[in-house]
Structures are given as C-alpha cells and as structure tokens.
Design a protein around this ligand. Structure first.
Ligand code: B1M
Length: 210
C-alpha cells in the first residue's frame, strides 16, 4: 500500500523508478492528482533542499531527486489536463536569467494549462529582453516570473523596469513566484502580485480575466 510519505521518501532518495511506481500506485488507488503533487512530491523535494542546506546532500543528489520528481509529475500531468476548461487567457512565463530551476514553473504551467490558459513557456535562464520581446509578440494578459535564488530575484525587477520603459505595462499584469520570493518583495519591485503556489497562481490569473 503506497502513501504520500513513501512518495516523499523515494523523491528524497532520487529513485526515479520507485517514484514512478509509487506515483502510479497512488493514481490507481484514486488519489487526487493535486494531492499527489502537494502532499507527496513537493514535501520530498523540499526535504532535499533542507538536507542540501545542512550539507547532508550535494548537487548531484539534488539533481537526481529533481529528475525523479519530474518522473512523477509526468505521470500526473495527463490527469490534470483532463479537467480542461477553455479560457481566452494568455500567460507568458519563464524562470529569470541566471536561474535554472524549473520544477515550480512547470507545475504552474501545468495548472494553468489544465484550467484552459494558453501558456507561452520561455523556459529557464530567460534574459530581460526575451520577456520584453515575448510581451510584444504574444500580447498576454499575464507575465509570470519564477526565481529560486536570492541572487536572481533582482532580474524580476529589471524585467518590470524594462516593460515600464517600453510602455508595455497597460493590459499586462505581472505575477511573480518562487521559494525565496515574498509578497513584500512583489510590492517593492512593482509587481502586480505574488503567488505562493501553482493553485494560487492560477486563481490570480483567472481573476485578471474577470
Ligand atoms: Co537548487 N537551490 N541550486 N537546484 N534547489 C534551492 C533553490 C536552495 C534553496 C537549496 C538550499 O540551499 N536549501 C538554494 C538557493 C539558496 C538561495 O538562493 N537562497 C539552491 C542552490 C544554492 C542551488 C545551486 C546554486 C547549487 C550549486 O550549484 N551549488 C544551483 C543553482 C543553479 C542555477 O539555477 N543557476 C542549484 C541547482 C539545482 C538543481 C539543478 C540540482 C535542482 C533544480 C532542477 C530543476 O528545477 N530542473 C535544484 C533543486 C531541485 C532545488 C530545491 C531542492 C527544490 C526546488 C524545487 O523544485 N522546489 C531548492 C530547495 C527548495 O526550494 N526547497 C533548491 C519544488 C517546487 C514545486 O517549488 O520552485 O518553490 P518552487 O515552486 C512553487 C512556488 O514557489 C510557486 O509555485 C510552485 C508550485 O507550487 N512558484 C510560482 C514558482 N515559480 C512561480 C512563478 C509564478 C507563480 C508561482 O509565476 C506566476
């Protein structure tokens, strides 16, 4: 019998085969896809972060756990898409320059797409001018930025400044997220909002459309 704790444990171990196996068992047992992510996969990768900080784990192990987590997310993804309700909203999103973390951004994209949003994923390590270009090209209602490093958070401000300078802020809301980001930081840099997780991000994007 699989449970969320077992799923967290195999993410921590970085055992992709086991992560897929336990995730599939949880799916087959009828567990809610979002709970599998929020109560099994995310607590596992968060514990990896804690152990990395304490020096008990190193980058290669963190990488293996990230890969293992992705293996689980891939299995859950089609179930989220099944709830598709079309909306007319368009979101441009990326992880800012200097930052390669994409698990959280990809979860946000998954939730947005499963809620019917049209998402333009700029990927990771996205420079300021690429965000600006994407707003010109795609005319989105929302620009989402993700940063997981305290050293890359200032790039979010640089993007906002560039969008201001090009007069591209009207009609576009800027939402930011990532583990070190706070609502206060969002205010400080002039973002329109901070989303603590993928569900909140999706709700905020829906509100923009109302
Ligand atoms: Co890195 N890493 N990492 N890492 N890594 C952290 C972020 C760290 C906190 C670990 C630690 O020390 N405890 C630390 C940062 C310290 C700091 O800046 N204060 C750190 C470090 C130091 C590093 C390196 C510098 C390590 C090194 O090389 N010495 C290096 C940097 C590489 C780079 O980016 N240039 C590095 C590398 C890596 C890996 C490549 C090994 C891997 C990433 C793999 C990948 O993403 N493809 C990795 C991982 C896995 C982590 C931890 C363990 C987990 C991150 C994660 O995926 N969390 C992380 C520790 C931690 O955060 N607990 C850590 C799960 C994810 C679901 O949460 O991303 O927060 P999160 O996303 C959430 C919300 O924040 C929100 O919704 C998501 C879903 O609920 N959200 C948004 C996120 N983005 C949003 C955008 C939005 C809205 C909401 O827009 C609208």
């Amino acid at each position: 019998m699989s449970n969320y704790q077992e799923l967290s444990d195999v993410v921590i171990k970085g055992d992709i085969k086991k992560v897929k196996e336990v995730t599939q068992k949880l799916i087959d047992a009828g567990n809610d896809p979002l709970s599998i992510i929020n109560e099994g996969l995310i607590p596992g990768i968060n514990e990896v972060g804690v152990r990395f900080k304490e020096g008990d784990l190193f980058v290669p192990e963190m990488m293996r756990s990230a890969q293992a987590m992705k293996g689980g997310v891939e299995l859950v993804k089609p179930l989220m898409a099944a709830e598709n309700i079309p909306t007319s909203g368009k979101v441009v999103i990326g992880t800012v320059k200097g930052d390669l973390h994409d698990i959280g951004k990809n979860l946000v994209i998954m939730m947005l797409e499963s809620s019917g949003f049209n998402v333009v994923d700029l990927g990771v390590d996205v420079p300021v001018d690429k965000f600006v270009q994407a707003v010109k090209e795609h005319n989105p209602q929302v620009v989402g930025m993700s940063a997981l490093l305290t050293t890359t958070m200032p790039v979010m401000k640089a993007v906002i400044t560039a969008l201001d300078q090009e007069n591209l802020r009207s009609g576009v809301k800027i939402l930011i997220g990532g583990a070190p980001v706070t609502p206060e930081y969002a205010d400080e840099i002039g973002a329109d909002g901070f989303a603590s997780d993928a569900v909140v991000a999706t709700d905020m994007c829906k509100q923009v459309l109302i």
